[in-house]
Design a protein around this ligand. Structure first.
Ligand code: HH2
Length: 397
């Protein structure tokens, strides 16, 4: 059996369990980073007293199985095996929840403010086409609590036509230069290496690429520059991507595509510590694909890379309203999709997203903080749990 839960120096204490049952059963869940990134094993210390003989036999039969240590049992099993068992065993389902909650990052999610210097973006097209107005909007986003600003000069909305590099540069460079004195990290939302190179010279420190490196010059460029890079998944291209997107299992397919792009980034000489991956909500995806990705976001963390997600104001939120027969909400323009965006953001936070790309920073910062608190509030840290167990006079095992 591998090192006991909690004995691994790299292990982190858990936080954010949602189900008190899981907390009862596995009060000392630990997830070592390598167990997420590499072997995906669930290593948990659990209370023997919380298990029936039947449940104990089921768990003991898992590869790796159970080992008794004093009054505790240590489980060390592949997460997938635990997930398969969770279908028919409540204890396994609770342990799975404990593992997944422990696998969530403890750092707060960071907010990326969207700044589109375009005439045709789906929700704010034309509003910041003038560089002065775009910079003023950037200042507002910063005041609202943005941790980074993402400046784009080409819309990627469904049906959008590509824009020549010179035009994209004409749109983004003055905005980046105007924002530089604010001292906030800047990213450029572009799929063109030429635009990325000039934007980096102008002060951007990250490239947000919705094509994850389809321009053959992009990955070598970002590797040479040593800048941050967001590799986003998109099926097809913006002009046609929503015509008939298809997947086997959208989560497995997106995971494999992102794994391949991450490997290409590293092969080009990129530093994995500068890489984030994005499932590309709404990019060549139907409503059910988007929902599947958002509700199973945590599975993408098996790549061991920070997740970057954009749900803000997107049309899948309108599709949800349409499906629910909420005619009034379904007719709302994108900038009124605040409630849907906030709800989707909760799923992102609970799924472990590190970066949240949003238009409405103040409201979404509030939603993100609340989502974090709600996840954490249901589960004190291991130390607090021990204290509360002691205070209640309950045995600790
Ligand atoms: N979504 C949009 C644009 N860029 N980048 C990443 N990494 N993830 C996203 O989900 C994402 C993105 C679309 O939103 P917006 O920029 O508001 O619209 P438009 O492309 O029409 O300018």
């Amino acid at each position: 059996m591998a090192a006991p839960p909690g004995a691994d120096a790299r292990a982190r204490p858990h936080s954010g369990l949602l189900d008190p049952g899981a907390r009862e059963l596995a009060p000392r869940a630990r997830v070592a980073p390598r167990s997420i990134a590499e072997d995906r094993r669930a290593r948990l210390a659990l209370r023997a007293a919380g298990l029936s003989a039947q449940e104990r036999a089921l768990l003991a039969a898992l590869p790796g199985g159970l080992e008794a240590h004093g009054g505790e049992l240590w489980l060390d099993a592949p997460r997938e095996a635990l997930a398969a068992l969770a279908v028919r065993s409540r204890a396994a389902a609770l342990l799975l929840a404990a593992h997944d909650a422990a696998a969530r990052p403890r750092d707060r999610a960071l907010l990326v403010g969207v700044l589109n210097a375009t005439p045709d973006s789906f929700s704010d097209g034309g509003r910041h086409a003038d560089p002065e107005r775009a910079v003023a909007r950037g200042e507002e986003l910063l005041a609202e609590g943005a941790d980074e600003l993402d400046v784009g000069g080409e819309s990627t909305r469904p049906g959008a036509q590509p824009v020549p590099a010179e035009e994209e540069l004409r749109r983004v460079l003055p905005v980046l230069r105007g924002l530089l004195p604010l001292g906030v990290p800047l990213s450029v939302d572009t799929a063109k290496a030429e635009v990325a190179a000039r934007a980096l010279e102008a002060g951007a420190t990250r490239v947000n690429d919705v094509t994850a490196g389809r321009d053959p010059e992009m990955l070598p460029l970002v590797a040479r520059a040593g800048c941050g890079y967001v590799a986003m998944h998109m099926q097809g291209e913006p002009r046609t991507m929503q015509r008939d997107p298809r997947y086997g299992d959208p989560v497995a397919d997106v995971l494999e595509a992102l794994r391949e792009r991450a490997a290409a980034f590293v092969a080009a000489g990129g530093d994995p510590a500068r890489l984030a991956v994005d499932p590309g909500i709404g990019f060549g995806k139907r409503l059910e694909h988007n929902l599947e990705l958002l509700t199973r976001l945590g599975e993408l963390r098996s790549l061991g890379l920070p997740l970057y997600v954009g749900v803000s104001r997107k049309s899948f939120l309108q599709a949800i309203d349409r499906r629910a027969g909420a005619a009034r909400a379904a007719d709302a323009p994108p900038h009124e999709r605040l409630g849907g965006t906030a709800a989707a953001l909760v799923a992102c936070v609970w799924g472990g997203a590190r970066w949240l790309r949003v238009h409405d920073v103040a409201v979404m910062a509030q939603a993100a903080r609340a989502a974090e608190a709600l996840a954490g509030a249901a589960l004190p840290t291991a130390g607090e749990d021990r204290q509360s167990a002691d205070a209640a006079g309950r045995p600790d095992t």
